[in-house]
Design a protein around this ligand. Structure first.
Ligand SMILES: Cc1cc2nc3c(=O)[nH]c(=O)nc-3n(C[C@H](O)[C@H](O)[C@H](O)COP(=O)(O)OP(=O)(O)OC[C@H]3O[C@@H](n4cnc5c(N)ncnc54)[C@H](O)[C@@H]3O)c2cc1C
Length: 382
C-alpha cells in the first residue's frame, strides 16, 4: 500500500495539470495511468486531428506551447507538449495502473486491477469525458457486411478501405472525419439525428475560443443573441442542407445541456457543394442498405460511429453515484461535490476550450488541497 497525500487518476492534460499545480504549491502527488504512456487519448485520436482552440489558449498552467508550433497544433505536437510538461514539472506517474474502484474509508482508497492499493487524503478523478465510446444500435446492424467502427478507432480515410462511407453524428469528430473522407475523394454521407449548432473555428481571423473568452463576462443568452446574426451571415439557412437548426444558441446549449457545437473547419462548405450528403437518423439496415427516418435509403461500404463518449464514472465510484447523477459525471461546475477530498477535473466542457478550463480547475483544486483541512471548490469562470 502506497501512502500519498494526493492520488490523481489519469495522466491526460487534467491529471498532469493538477499534479503540476500541486507541485507548484509544494505538495506531493502520484498519478496512476491505465495505459503505458501519458496522454493516451491524444495518442489514440485520428491522424489528422489538430487542436481547434489556438495554442495560446490551449497550454497548461506554467508552460506555454513552443513558439515554433503552428496556431492550431497537431495531435502529435500535443502529445510532445504533454510529455515535455510532465518532464519539466518532474511529475510522478505510474503507468499500467488501471484504477478499478475508489472508496472512502478514513482516507480515500484507490485499488488497481493488478491488486495495488493507494491511500490518500485527496483523490483527483482526471479520467476524462471520453473514457468509454458510445455506440448506437439499430435493427439489422449485425448483418451490415462492411466495417462499423467508432470514431475512436478511425485512423484516416485510406485505412477505411471503403468507397461509400456513412458517418453517424455531427460533433467535431464527425465533422472532421467527413471532411477528410470527402477530401480523399470518397463518397461521404452523414446521418444527423437532432438539431445542431455550428460555429466557425475563426471569425474575422480571430479564434472563436478567443471571442468566447472576451464575451464570457456577459449573460450567455445575451451572447448567443449577439452572435446569431454573424453566424447566420456565415452559414445562411442550414435547413436547406438537410440540417435542423437548434433553437438554443451554441453557448446556451453547452451550458444548459453540455452539448458542444460543431466547430467548422470546412465541413459545411463540403455539404453545401454536395460533396457530403446529409441524412436524418438511421431507422434500420438491410445488408449494406441503410434506411433513414425520411424513408430514404442508400448503400454503404463502411460506417463510422462518431457518436461520442461517456465518462463512466459510476464504474470507478460505485458507492458514490449520487455525486454524479448528471449523465455519469459531476454536475456542471462541481469540482469537489462532497467537500471531502474527492475532486473532479476536466468534466466541464467550455466554449472557451476544455484545455484552458482544465488549467483553471487544476489551480482551484490545488489551492483547495494545499489549504489546511477540506475546503469546497466552486467552479469559477475567468
Ligand atoms: C477529438 C477531440 C478533440 C479535442 N480537441 C480539443 C481542442 O482543440 N481544444 C480543447 O481545449 N479541448 C479539446 N478536446 C477536449 C479535451 O481538451 C481533451 O479531451 C483532453 O484530452 C481532456 O483531458 P483529460 O485529461 O480530462 O482527459 P484525457 O485526455 O482523456 O485523459 C484521461 C486519462 O485517464 C486515463 N484513465 C482513464 N481511466 C483510467 C483508470 N480507471 N485508471 C487509470 N487511468 C485511467 C486515460 O488512459 C487517459 O490517459 C478534444 C477532445 C476530443 C475527444
Amino acid at each position: 500500500m502506497a501512502d500519498e497525500e494526493t492520488v490523481i487518476i489519469g495522466a491526460g492534460p487534467a491529471g498532469l495539470a493538477c499534479a503540476a499545480a500541486l507541485r507548484a504549491r509544494g505538495r506531493r502527488s502520484i498519478i496512476l495511468e491505465a495505459t503505458n504512456r501519458l496522454g493516451a487519448s491524444w495518442r489514440r485520436h485520428y491522424d489528422r486531428l489538430h487542436l481547434h482552440t489556438d495554442k495560446s489558449h490551449s497550454a497548461l498552467p506554467g508552460r506555454p506551447m513552443p513558439a515554433d508550433y503552428p496556431k492550431y497544433p497537431s495531435r502529435l505536437q500535443v502529445v510532445d507538449y504533454l510529455e515535455s510538461y510532465a518532464w519539466a514539472n518532474d511529475l510522478h506517474i505510474l503507468t499500467d495502473k488501471t484504477v478499478a474502484c475508489i472508496a472512502k474509508k478514513t482516507d480515500w482508497i484507490a485499488e488497481t486491477t493488478d491488486g495495488d492499493v493507494f491511500q490518500a487524503t485527496a483523490v483527483v478523478i482526471a479520467t476524462g469525458l471520453s473514457r468509454t465510446p458510445v455506440r448506437p444500435h439499430w435493427t439489422g446492424q449485425d448483418n451490415f457486411p462492411g466495417a462499423i467502427i467508432h470514431s475512436s478507432e478511425y485512423r484516416n480515410a485510406s485505412a477505411l478501405g471503403a468507397g461509400r462511407i456513412l458517418i453517424v453524428g455531427f460533433g467535431n469528430s464527425a465533422g472532421e472525419i467527413a471532411l477528410e473522407c470527402a477530401e480523399a475523394g470518397l463518397d461521404v454521407a452523414m446521418s444527423v439525428r437532432g438539431p445542431v449548432n455550428i460555429v466557425p473555428r475563426e471569425m474575422f481571423g480571430v479564434p472563436s475560443a478567443t471571442i468566447a473568452i472576451v464575451q464570457q463576462r456577459f449573460p450567455y443568452r445575451m451572447i448567443d443573441a449577439f452572435n446569431a446574426p454573424f453566424l447566420h451571415l456565415r452559414y445562411r439557412d442550414i435547413e436547406e442542407l438537410g440540417l435542423k437548426r437548434c433553437r438554443q444558441g451554441p453557448l446556451t446549449r453547452m451550458i444548459e445541456q453540455g452539448r458542444t457545437p460543431l466547430i467548422d473547419i470546412g465541413t459545411i462548405a463540403k455539404i453545401r457543394d454536395g460533396r457530403i450528403r446529409v441524412y436524418p437518423g438511421i431507422e434500420l439496415s438491410e445488408g449494406a442498405n441503410v434506411f433513414f427516418a425520411n424513408d430514404r435509403s442508400a448503400e454503404f461500404d463502411a460506417i463510422v460511429l462518431a457518436t461520442g463518449y461517456t465518462p463512466s464514472l459510476e464504474t470507478l465510484l460505485p458507492n458514490l453515484t449520487e455525486r454524479f447523477s448528471n449523465a455519469g459525471k459531476p454536475a456542471r461546475g462541481e469540482l469537489q461535490p462532497g467537500n471531502d477530498g474527492l475532486y473532479f477535473c476536466g468534466f466541464n466542457p467550455a466554449t472557451t476550450g476544455l484545455l484552458r478550463q482544465i488549467g483553471i480547475e487544476a489551480s482551484q483544486i490545488a489551492n483547495s488541497i494545499a489549504a489546511v483541512g477540506t475546503q469546497a471548490v466552486l467552479f469559477r469562470r475567468s
